[in-house]
Ligand binder design. Structure first.
Ligand code: G16
Length: 540
């Protein structure tokens, strides 16, 4: 390890003294002005991780749903999954080491992780459309080359596309071809095959309005649409030609404000969806004949997907174990519907794709979605092989179902939640089942809910347990929340520190929207008082 070169190059990416940042829910996220040293250091860390795993590692420069002024970076592990927790700790230590401590930290990580420094390293880099992202991806590459690593810069990519590239490269191309073209072809082929089998091909099922959050999703969907146009025509809004990234649009805005994005014209009963800034989340929605807005979030996506998969398995005659993974944000009605009507086991993990993904890997088929629209389905290797074999052997309806399932397996991005892949899966299912968005929405009725944010001096004062459903500290806060919850019917509330924004998140649900709003407000006040709120007191 040429520590001289590392230190010399680091001076060009100097850490602001005293700045402390943490590898959060999805990597580092902060105002772009604070991040150059983090980018360089994540390039260094990616080289060590690549040497240790003898695999290609990904580095994605994005702050996903955060505002344009922010940015962020995360590492992608060999099978396209999020970085292992022990390496998240290394990332935090490396990011916070003062300049003179940097070489010692690098040596420390290499020793603790038994990194073979003679091993070659290969890192792939991708970035979103933020103004700061291009320069930051160069800083990442500076870090990679300072430690003698080789790299490939994919340039502009959606986050899930980079996850896919890493997975393809580390499976010798078995998962697919590690090019953007390869991604478009694999997904589109599966989608077109699936939709060919749909008997109902009315126009109303085959056009979709997509709000791209003024982000990378617009560029990639524009490139990709020619590949699947046989099965679906998409109309793009907020494509980045004029609006600001994630501003009054995108999946996070639509989900948290429960209203349509700006810049999209919605006629009644038209099917619409929103991606977030790096196209790893999707939510659907429509207006009914009375002009009322209806959100179809990640919970309903999980329900649609798992019921479709279960029906196919029944048709094929296979009894694989299917599980659904959610977080505390899952609407209570969705959990009840999955458990009581669909009879599917449901598990709750902490927020963050990494937690859901790992839980989902425990099943033959694991479906995971956060309510905010981030998710996918995972199929064990044995299931995938069996289904692809059955697709060749079986005939009639069983054969048809096995072929469908084989295509669904190819259509999901199993490396990460992916707005484009999920959109195509949903469109295929709706077409195959002949369902409108309204019929899908009618599967169950969401409990009214509200999400709020509270600013506190230090969000680490709140710690939680029980998959973030209970507060441990500060003392007394959980008791107040529990007492408030008792005052409402069908109610639930929890609070947790965000891992991507400098806020405490508050979630409440109850029997009416007014009650959910009121409960969320009262819980926000309790957080403000007991956890060191700053600025204005929350107002209702
Ligand atoms: C990221 C994570 C998601 C998480 C979201 C919000 O999404 O990948 O798993 O739900 O942040 O996390 P938090 O509530 O901790 O801020 P994205 O789309 O921003 O990458």
């Amino acid at each position: 390890m040429d520590l001289g070169a590392v230190t010399q190059r680091s001076a060009l990416h100097a850490k602001p003294s005293g700045l402390v940042l943490q590898y959060g829910t999805a990597g580092f996220r902060a105002h772009a002005g604070h991040l150059d040293h983090i980018m360089y250091r994540m390039g260094l860390l990616a080289v060590l991780r690549s040497k240790q795993t003898k695999s290609t590692i990904g580095v994605m420069v994005t702050a996903s749903h955060n505002p344009e002024e922010d940015n962020g970076v995360k590492l992608i592990d060999p099978l396209g999954e999020m970085l292992a927790p022990s390496w998240e700790e290394h990332a935090t230590r490396l990011a916070n080491a003062e300049e003179q401590e940097l070489p010692r930290e690098l040596v420390g990580i290499s020793e603790r992780e038994a990194v073979d420094l003679q091993q070659d390293a290969f890192v792939v880099v991708g970035r979103d459309t933020r103004a700061s992202s291009e320069k930051f991806s160069q800083s990442v590459i500076d870090g990679v080359t300072a430690l003698g690593g080789l790299f490939h810069d994919y340039g502009l990519l959606t986050t899930p596309q980079l996850h896919y590239m890493v997975y393809c490269r580390n499976t010798g191309g078995q998962y697919g071809k590690a090019t953007v073209e390869g991604y478009y072809q694999k997904l589109s082929k599966a989608f077109v095959e699936l939709t060919k089998q749909a008997s109902c091909s009315g126009d109303e099922h085959r056009t979709l309005k997509v709000d791209c959050a003024n982000g990378i999703g617009a560029l990639k969907l524009k490139e990709m649409q020619q590949y699947f146009s046989q099965g679906l025509s998409v109309q793009l809004f907020n494509d980045g030609t004029k609006g600001k990234l994630n501003h009054l649009c995108g999946a996070d805005f639509v989900k948290s404000h429960q209203k349509p994005p700006e810049g999209m014209e919605m006629k009644s009963n038209e099917r619409c969806c929103s991606f977030d800034g790096d196209a790893d989340r999707i939510v659907y929605y429509y207006r009914d004949a009375d002009g009322q807005f209806h959100l179809i979030d990640g919970d309903k996506i999980a329900t649609l997907v798992s019921s479709f998969l279960k029906d196919l398995l029944v048709e094929i005659g296979e009894n694989f174990n299917v599980g659904v993974v959610q977080t505390a944000y899952a609407n209570g009605s969705s959990t009840r519907y999955l458990q009581e009507v669909m009879k599917v086991p449901v598990y709750c993990t902490k927020t963050g794709v990494k937690h859901l993904h790992h839980k989902a890997q425990e099943f033959d088929i694991g479906v995971y979605f956060e309510a905010n629209g981030h998710g996918t389905a995972l199929f064990s290797k044995a299931v995938e092989m069996k289904i692809k074999q059955l697709a060749k052997e079986l005939e009639d309806n069983k054969g048809k179902a096995a072929k469908m399932l084989a295509n669904v397996i190819d259509l999901f991005n199993q490396a990460a939640g992916d707005a484009i892949s999920d959109m195509l899966v949903i469109e295929a299912i709706l077409a195959l089942k002949g369902l409108t968005a309204q019929q899908w929405d009618a599967l169950y009725r969401d409990l009214p809910n509200r999400q709020l944010k509270v600013k506190v001096a230090d969000r680490r004062v709140i710690s939680t347990t029980d998959a973030e459903r209970q507060v441990l500290t500060p003392p007394g806060l959980q008791e107040v929340i529990s007492d408030l919850v008792k005052q409402y019917r069908l109610s639930r509330a929890f609070v947790r520190p965000s891992g991507t924004e400098d806020v405490i998140r508050v979630y409440a649900e109850a029997d009416s929207q007014a009650n959910a709003d009121s409960l969320a407000h009262e819980v926000s006040l309790a957080v403000f008082q007991l956890a060191g709120g700053t600025g204005e007191r929350p107002t209702s």
